[in-house]
Design a protein. Structure first.
Length: 419
């Protein structure tokens, strides 16, 4: 079936604005996360017979399929088997946001400190303290399990220090959040996050300064950048404290679903699950980071860009699970309402993802206002006029809004807000 329109604005979903074909139950599940109903173009939809005929034809190569898809959106790509997590864990929110936020900040600071020390040791070619980074990563995973929104908010705060170190930490947090969504056990989440936080240690070993190394993070074709995986494996494979899964995560995080990655050009199921997750969160964090990206994307635009790469750069089900885990407006996201006022998202409840709670910071003239909480869902339930909606999601740092400053300037307000 060809989906031609939705019951909500296209910009509030990660789906291509020109419409798209539903090829599987996975697509239906992804749609259900954002829409109650959709509009089907019967003229552009395919009949069951056309699918049978299509199945009888030889499969195109992955590269040919991608090329043809740009010319004709009717071409579809083969799906891999559904991701299976043995005995998946169903997690619940264990701690209120307000209580977990203070712990999350402390954990992040400690992890940032240990990663900074580790990077300095790598650059100076001295003995590397990996154990401290691993233990602090486990504490970050525990926080994500208790309430992922707290760590999501903390990743939005600006900090002093080298952006590349914070990139590694943020990626580990995103990986833990995605792993939590698909039901990985706590030990598996710890293994995954440990692998991800260590993925970029090879960059610290390059013959450049830390600040210069950040330039390579967005240049995958740079020959110097491509050396970082080999350098990391040469060092970390000697460690008896790191599991084979951790090493494999580091070894494969630059591989891509279509075989365009490096260093081994693995593709599809040749890439282990943790390696795929590591690559996906690295792509996302680089897209939204105002420190590593001169033109950062908003969270919704980054997720939309990732969705376009499903079963091309990344496995479709992982992308869809990541979207479900974060929502289009994660906590700490700057948004503009249809009345042109600006706010920051504070909640991420799955039952009202498109109508979250927001801290209002600027009026329609972009003038600072007294902070107040606006629950879009509750507001729209009680009005008869035009509903108030999110018009668009903005990149980090828009209108010079600093999430960490917002928190520091109004701690009592936020304490009441997040209770």
């Amino acid at each position: 079936m060809y989906v031609s329109n939705l019951d909500c604005p296209w910009h509030m979903t990660p789906f291509p604005i020109q419409g798209f074909y539903i090829d599987s139950e996975q697509d239906v599940t992804a749609l259900a996360g954002f829409c109650k109903f959709v509009f089907i173009d019967t003229l552009r939809s395919k009949s069951p017979q056309s699918y049978k005929q299509k199945e009888a034809k030889p499969q195109n190569s992955r590269a040919d399929t991608k090329k043809n898809a740009n010319a004709d959106s009717a071409n579809t790509q083969p799906r891999r088997k559904k991701i299976l997590v043995r005995r998946p864990v169903k997690y619940e929110i264990k701690v209120p946001f307000k209580k977990e936020l203070k712990k999350a900040q402390s954990i992040y600071r400690d992890l940032d400190r240990t990663v900074t020390v580790m990077a300095t040791q790598l650059q100076n070619r001295t003995e590397v303290d990996i154990a401290s980074a691993v233990e602090n990563t486990k504490l970050a995973v525990a926080s994500v399990i208790r309430n992922p929104d707290a760590m999501i908010w903390v990743t939005k705060m600006k900090r002093e220090g080298t952006p590349l170190y914070q990139h590694a930490i943020n990626c580990a947090i995103w990986a833990a959040i995605l792993g939590r969504e698909i039901g990985l056990s706590e030990p598996k989440l710890e293994t995954l996050a440990t692998g991800v936080v260590l993925c970029k240690v090879g960059l610290f070993m390059l013959p450049t300064s830390p600040n210069t190394s950040t330039e390579f993070s967005g240049t995958r074709e740079n020959p110097l950048y491509k050396k970082h995986v080999t350098l990391a494996l040469k060092l970390l494979s000697q460690s008896k404290s790191l599991s084979k899964e951790v090493i494999n995560t580091i070894a494969t995080h630059e591989e891509r679903f279509n075989g365009s990655g490096f260093p081994q050009q693995l593709k599809d199921t040749e890439i282990p699950l943790f390696g795929q997750i590591a690559g996906l969160v690295d792509y996302y964090e680089t897209s939204v980071s105002s420190q590593l990206n001169a033109k950062p994307l908003s969270p919704s635009d980054a997720l939309s860009a990732m969705y376009q790469e499903r079963d091309h750069l990344f496995e479709s089900e992982l992308i869809e699970s990541f979207i479900q885990a974060l929502g289009l407006f994660p906590p700490g996201t700057i948004v503009k309402l249809n009345n042109q006022q600006i706010g920051v998202v504070t909640s991420n409840q799955k039952n009202k993802r498109l109508q979250p709670e927001i801290v209002m910071v600027l009026d329609a003239n972009q003038t600072a206002v007294k902070h107040r909480i606006l629950d879009l869902h509750a507001y729209n339930q009680n009005i008869c006029d035009e509903p108030l909606e999110i018009e668009c999601c903005l990149p980090a740092g828009s209108y010079d809004i600093d999430i960490s400053t917002l928190y520091r300037k109004a701690p009592s307000f936020l304490s009441n807000l997040f209770s």
